[in-house]
Write a protein that binds this ligand. Structure first.
Ligand code: NDP
Ligand code: 8X3
Length: 247
């Protein structure tokens, strides 16, 4: 099950797993995109779509419990849905943006996990892969609340790993640096003058690069857990140091 499969990293991840014949549950708010993706990816495997906003706790549970019987035993949960909203100093931050980041990136991830983890515990089997960020390892200027939401993902991942240790459930975290997706469109609310500058002068990661890592993490032997990983474009040395001399 992949949340945020309508775009970017989640979509590329759905493609990789589909190519490898996994049955998939693809989730997001944009229903049309999910339907098209299902049509495009379906070959021999089964693909189910679930349309819900991860912020809506009741809807999260309603949708997940409505899954047909053959989809209820979720083996791998990829908690990917999330975004940055806004890029402001703390005094200038928009409180609706703060709510969105905390409600989606943190609470949404918790709601989805809460709906799925008890089944994994019952089956004594499962793998949760949380998509964090370099922003969950280092704070950068104007990153404040987005960084806080991803630091929370980092803490929740470590906490899950401890609490689920006795149940044989793997918990992994994949933390990308700059990836060229719809992420900056969302962060800058479609302002092309700002979006266009984010990847100026260097080659960012592609969603496919992260999808490959997620697939690798998900397909290690049963005794191996890649607990944490940080993936950067070669031009990026830290959250705030990117060599933009690449033209
Ligand atoms: P995109 O904007 O391309 O994709 C975001 C996905 O999240 C979409 O499928 C969107 O689906 C889904 N989503 C957003 N809000 C909600 C919501 N309220 N309810 C349900 N689904 C939601 O960005 P990325 O692919 O880059 O982002 C994926 C993850 O990777 C995020 O967690 C992001 O923080 C993280 N990340 C991204 C980096 C980057 O540089 N791009 C770097 C590090 C981490 P829909 O709108 O249809 O609901
Ligand atoms: C996305 C990467 O550096 O824009 O999580 O915060 S960054």
């Amino acid at each position: 099950m992949i949340t945020g499969a309508t775009s970017g990293i989640g979509l590329a991840t759905a493609e990789v797993f589909a190519q490898n014949n996994y049955n998939l549950i693809i989730c997001g708010r944009r229903k049309e995109r999910l339907i098209q993706l299902k049509e495009r990816l379906t070959t021999n495997q089964n693909i189910e779509t679930l349309v819900f906003d991860v912020r809506d706790r009741d809807e999260v549970f309603k949708q997940i419990t409505s899954l047909p019987a053959e989809f209820r035993s979720i083996d791998i949960l990829i908690n990917n849905a999330g975004n940055a909203h806004g890029f402001d100093t703390i005094d200038e931050g928009n409180m609706d943006d703060w709510d969105a980041m905390i409600d989606i990136n943190v609470k949404g991830l918790l709601y989805v996990s809460k709906a799925i983890v008890p089944g994994m515990i019952e089956r004594k089997k499962g793998h949760i892969i949380n998509i964090g960020s370099i922003a969950g390892k280092e704070v950068y200027a104007k990153g404040n609340v987005y960084c806080a939401s991803k630091f929370a993902v980092d803490a929740i991942s470590a906490g899950m790993r401890i609490d689920l240790n006795a149940h044989g459930i793997k918990v992994s975290e994949v933390n990308p640096g700059a990836v060229d997706t719809e992420f900056s469109e969302v962060r800058f609310k479609g302002d092309r003058s700002k979006v266009g500058k984010v990847y100026d002068g260097f080659k960012p990661l592609l969603a496919e690069d992260i999808a490959d890592v997620i697939y690798f993490v998900a397909t290690r032997p049963p005794h191996v857990n890649i607990a944490d990983s940080l993936i950067l474009p070669i031009a990026q040395a830290s959250a705030s140091l990117i060599n933009r001399s690449g033209g």
